[in-house]
Design a protein around this ligand. Structure first.
Ligand code: FAD
Length: 352
């Protein structure tokens, strides 16, 4: 069986950014992706999703996302951009290949996939978070007879027309889904902590600048004075501003348990709901690395930068703060990808 120098698992924005820096590296490599077309998780997010930064702040290395009609590009534009990016740089993505298992034997990684086995001297795991929705454990969950879904499954407000809906989670997805569903349904918003809203004139650009400043300060060993803005704060996109104007953007504390018809609030009051939408974030989709014995809680793996600390030859790109500041954003992943490819070239040269 041929042995690759590098296999990248995942062909979303993170895998593509790695591919960009691999173009002139002279390595024998391939990108494996379980979807039938490009675009990664963006294929599956809800219909009305728009970015929280303008196109020039949402671009991968080498080629700027074309400007959008409105200030913030819609999801379809991101999808088109990623598909064109893959073609533009002729990146070797093999679609429809799901990696189910990775082992390491005699210095070589053995990958089991839905389309046969592969071998490689190094691996980048770039499989994102979308396939690992997180839902907290709440007592009585199995008693509740209504519908429960995660934001990863939410497409639009249509199925919820006229229903009573509980939206759980105080981040951007919670705020945006609440804003949309509340136009056709009666909604309650429950959040573990008081949601933090950015000022109306502050968007994802500022969050990225803050993340960058933190990155550079830490790299240079300088103290970083924490900002009033945080990457998890709610960006006041037009739909969320509209929800505020309608008076529905009000959060209450989260519930303590389920009962058959709804939830029980901490003061003991019962409230009926038809639907609960969990906007409670994601873990990391690294289950296929389980045989390596290095997976921590929620799929996290101990890394220095993007390099896995406990397995030589393995890197993780694009998962968020544990693999580099803002690495789970379109503009942020380029920095992680460049550094990763430099390290891999060094690793493979040493190995010869
Ligand atoms: P993904 O896009 O998930 O790509 C990973 C790929 O790997 C997928 O194609 C997946 O199917 C595949 N895969 C997974 N497991 C396997 C396997 N075992 N074998 C083979 N293939 C596999 N970022 C911004 O910059 N701006 C924004 O405004 C913004 N808004 C967001 C809004 C929402 C609701 C969400 C969820 C994210 C948003 N992000 C935003 C964050 C970020 O851009 C995405 O999370 C991004 O999709 C991460 O890219 P990725 O390539 O790391 O992962």
């Amino acid at each position: 069986m041929e042995v690759y120098d590098l296999i990248v698992i995942g062909g979303g924005q993170s895998g593509l950014a790695c591919g960009y820096f691999l173009r002139r590296a002279g390595l024998k490599y391939i990108i494996l992706d379980d979807q039938q077309q490009g675009g990664g998780a963006w294929q599956h997010t809800w219909d009305s999703l728009t970015l929280f930064s303008p196109a020039e702040y949402s671009s991968l290395p080498g080629w700027m996302m074309p400007k959008s009609e409105k200030e913030f590009p819609p999801k379809q534009q991101v999808l088109d951009y990623l598909i064109q990016y893959q073609t533009r740089y002729d990146l070797p993505v093999k679609h429809g290949v799901k990696v189910t298992d990775v082992k390491k034997e005699g210095g070589v990684f053995l990958l089991t996939t839905s389309q046969g086995d592969y071998q490689s001297r190094s691996v980048i795991s770039a499989t994102g978070t979308f396939q690992k929705p997180f839902v907290p454990v709440v007592p009585g969950n199995d008693l509740f007879k209504g519908q429960q879904l995660h934001s990863a499954q939410y497409k639009n407000e249509v199925p919820f027309k006229g229903k009573s809906v509980l939206v759980v989670g105080g981040g951007n997805s919670g705020a945006q889904i609440l804003a949309e569903v509340s136009r056709v349904a009666s909604t309650v918003w429950a959040t573990a902590k008081e949601p933090q809203f950015l000022p109306d004139d502050v968007d994802g650009r500022v969050l990225f600048d803050v993340a960058s400043a933190k990155y550079h300060a830490m790299k240079e060993g300088k103290e970083f004075k924490s900002s009033e803005y945080n990457i998890g704060n709610v960006v006041m996109v037009p739909s969320v501003r509209d929800a505020r104007a309608r008076g529905v953007l009000k959060a209450r504390e989260t519930f303590s348990e389920f009962y058959e018809k709804g939830v029980v609030w901490p003061d003991g009051t019962h409230q009926q709901f038809d639907v609960v939408i969990w906007c409670t974030g994601f873990g990391f989709a690294t289950d296929y690395l389980r045989e390596l014995g290095i997976i921590l809680e929620n799929g996290k793996i101990e890394c220095e930068g993007t390099r896995a600390l406990q397995i030589d030859g393995l890197w993780l790109v694009g998962y968020g703060s544990f693999t580099g500041f803002a690495s789970a954003t379109l503009i942020g992943v380029g920095r992680s990808a460049r550094q990763t490819i430099n390290e891999i070239i060094e690793f493979l040269n040493k190995d010869l």
